[in-house]
Each structure stands twice: as C-alpha cells, then as structure tokens.
Design a protein. Structure first.
Length: 262
C-alpha cells in the first residue's frame, strides 16, 4: 500500500512535526503529528475505522505539545502552525496551540467541512480534531501573493511567501489529497529545507521516483497529480541532491530527529 511493487509486510510510518525557530516571528510548527486527542476522537464508529486501518503507537509524552519542553518552550509560545493538509496524523495536536495563527489551504479545509463522518474517515479526515475557532484564526495559502522560487528548486516554480521575507514559502504539492502543500524554509547560511509532507512517504521514494500503488493514491486523492508531483520532486533531487527534502513519514528523517533529541 505504501510502495508500488513492494512485498506485503507491515511498514512503520513515523509521524513527524517540525519546529522552526523564526528569528522574527518566533517558534513555528509545521504540522502537529499525533496527540491523545486522536484516540479520543476515534473511540467510536465510524472514526474508529481510521485507527484500525493505521494502528497508532504514541509514546507517553510523545505529543508535540509535551516535547516542546525539551526545547525550553511551552505550547503558548508557538506563534504559528503551518498545516500541510488536514489528515488526522497532521492536525491531531492543533487543539494544544490556541494562541497560534493557523496557515493552511482553503481547499483542504473546504474538503473537511464538505465531508460526512464516514466519507471523511475514508479519506483520512476527522473533523472533530479541528479547533472550533479554526476559521477565525486561519490564513489561507491561496490568499498570499505568489513568489518565484528560482532555478535552484526547478521544476517546482512558485509558492506563497507566508511572512513576507522569503524565509518560509508554502508550495502546492497536489495529488495526495485536496489542499496538500509543502514548505520551503530558508535557514542559516541561506540553506533551504523542503518539507514535502506526504507528497512522498520517504526520501527513498523520491530518489527512486517510486509512488504508492494506484489503489492507495486513488483512495486519498488523484493518482495522476500525485505521480506528477513525485516526478517533479525526483527531478529536483536529481538536479540538486544536496537539497534537504523531508517527507513527514520518512524513517531516515525520523532517525535524524532522534539523533538530535527531537
């Protein structure tokens, strides 16, 4: 289900959230990962089907809100949360950051609101995980002016400059689901880090240009768009293998985070 042509064997999918320390805005999160709220919202049917399809193991104090203390932060310190898309494993911790602005795709939120409970679960959506005041705190990617990314990131061309300084540019990465976006973050020494969320489930999939089977991608989104996006990311990696690409469920990236204590 995760890689076309692979054998039938259980696969471990880490669920990553990224903490970014912006020098002007302050602490920013890219996605929120799993949270105890996920278990509360999937106790009953039909939401329990989500938990059955993708069994979740959340260690004690493994939620992002609990991990922040290791960086000398509290949930109230988070000034912005950037949501790549609205699947449960990316938004379960949103409730823990009531003071943060929420940057997200209008198309993704519209999809959540339009779905019934069963239809939503089939597509990885659990509407009960969203804060009731989300709309009032939301800033939609689609409303930001487009800015060119430059030849370094070709064939990925443009995105939304979230803070007006080029430090964080949200980039549409269509196919996985409606309203799926990544983030290009510019760090120290002007180095770029491309957070690609679920446009691929591992760096190896990008390197090999190896999508999931059509059955998987058609259940969640659009297979043709997904494969086009993955092909673009593969071309980007081939041209610029030193660029750091991080999928949200990549074992390599999870191992790196563990080595650095986060």
């Amino acid at each position: 289900m995760a890689r076309q042509g692979a054998s039938w064997t259980p696969a471990v999918f880490p669920a990553l959230a990224i903490l970014i320390l912006h020098p002007r805005i302050g602490p920013v999160l890219f996605d929120t990962g799993y949270d105890p709220a996920f278990f509360a919202e999937t106790r009953s049917f039909p939401e329990r089907l989500y938990r059955w399809a993708t069994p979740v193991d959340l260690p004690e104090r493994g939620a992002v809100a609990d991990q922040l203390g290791g960086f000398g932060l509290e949930p109230a310190d988070i000034r912005a949360v950037i949501i790549s898309h609205f699947h449960g494993d990316h938004v379960a911790g949103l409730h823990a950051f009531p003071r943060a602005s929420i940057f997200c795709a209008r198309a993704g939120l519209t999809e959540v609101r339009a779905r019934g409970r069963l239809s939503g679960v089939r597509r990885g959506l659990v509407s009960g995980l969203l804060p009731p005041d989300l709309e009032s705190r939301a800033r939609f990617f689609e409303d930001f002016p487009r800015t060119a990314l430059g030849s370094e990131l070709a064939p990925v061309e443009a995105g939304a400059d979230l803070f007006g300084d080029g430090s964080m540019i949200a980039v549409p990465l269509p196919g996985h689901c409606p309203g799926h976006w990544g983030l290009v973050a510019r760090g120290e020494e002007d180095r770029r880090h491309f957070l690609i969320a679920d446009a691929a489930w591992s760096r190896k999939a990008v390197r090999d240009n190896a999508p999931p089977p059509r059955l998987t991608t058609s259940l969640l989104g659009r297979t043709s768009e997904y494969r086009r996006t993955l092909n673009d990311l593969h071309a980007l990696w081939a041209r610029n293998p030193e660029l750091r690409l991080t999928p949200s469920h990549c074992p390599e990236a999870a191992a790196e985070a563990a080595d650095h204590g986060g």
